[in-house]
Design a protein around this ligand. Structure first.
Ligand code: MN
Length: 296
């Protein structure tokens, strides 16, 4: 199933070129604050699934092109992100570490945005804002101390994710925390439709230029390992999001660009880049341009 949020917090099932509105059968209040309906839906999904399937025949439908898709889980308990999780990206950044010996960081939930939202560049003169294309894992179950062989128990589904970042040497979380620096979408594809997430091609374009092209088989810390590591430290909750790391080919975006990411079996998310007027901080007073070494 392809589960989307759309048009102000409604829940939709994406069917080819249509969206079936299943908000009511999922028991979600589209206008609620905080918008935690999709977290509860993910927790209760196995029980709801037969009801969703039964409701499909009569659920109101709209053409996909006429809805405004929103970030699927706007209020997760946390967004976990693994840095330097493809060797070629580690080499281009001249990083001496990998996710296997670095662990993870967190992105603030408030950085989440959706497939219809722009990436808003902060005022950071002298700095580059880079795209990182990533596969997102959506956690489906409350787990702690899960062993790697049991990783599938924890996974609800997958989505495309952009881990946007101001390049520099300052605190990583600070540089990745701006509003709109974590677009997720265009929807969640449930895990049953992606039997092997470790063989997905992922591509990212800026305008018409292909910048990133990789396969999730090249992850350094694999998906079972990421779940085991995160759940060794923290309780994982339904709706938690894991950004699995970016491959080589990261680079700057500027206002007016369009970022497009595609992942096999998930779909495509295309977001515009605009300049915002917030975000000026003395932390970024010193200019910095990353010495990225192009990979062959
Ligand atoms: Mn990243």
């Amino acid at each position: 199933m392809r589960l989307a949020r759309f048009d102000g917090g409604k829940i939709g099932l994406v069917l080819d070129q249509e969206v079936a509105d299943i908000t009511d059968v999922c028991g979600v209040d589209a206008g609620e604050w905080p918008a935690m309906g999709s977290v509860r839906l993910i927790r209760d999904f196995e029980a709801l699934r037969p009801k969703i399937e039964a409701a499909l025949a009569t659920a109101p439908r709209k053409p996909l092109s006429e809805v405004r898709l929103e970030t699927p889980v706007p209020w997760p308990n946390k967004v976990i992100a693994y840095p330097v999780n493809y060797h070629a990206h580690g080499r281009e950044m001249q990083a001496g570490y990998r996710a296997t010996n670095q662990g993870f960081f967190l992105k603030p939930n408030s950085s989440l945005s959706g497939p219809s939202d722009p990436v808003v560049l902060p005022q950071v003169p002298g700095r580059e804002v880079h795209h990182e294309s990533e596969l997102a894992i959506i956690i489906g179950k409350e787990v702690r101390g899960l062993k790697r062989e049991d990783w599938r128990e924890a996974v609800f589904g997958y989505a495309c994710l952009l881990d946007m970042v101001v390049r520099g040497r300052e605190e990583r979380v600070f540089r990745k925390a701006y509003d709109s620096f974590c677009p997720v979408g265009p929807w969640i594809v449930t895990a049953d439709e992606i039997p092997n997430p470790a063989e997905l091609n992922m591509k990212l374009w800026v305008n018409d230029e292909l910048r990133q092209s990789a396969n999730t088989r090249d992850l350094v810390l694999d998906i079972p390992g990421m779940i085991e590591t995160a759940s060794a430290v923290m309780t994982l909750y339904p709706g938690d999001i894991i950004a699995t790391g970016t491959p080589e080919g990261v680079g700057p975006v500027v206002a007016g660009d369009t970022i497009r990411i595609t992942i096999d079996n998930i779909g495509e998310m295309k977001v515009p880049v605009v300049q915002g007027d917030l975000g000026m901080t003395e932390v970024f007073a010193q200019p910095y341009v990353p010495p990225i070494i192009k990979q062959n």
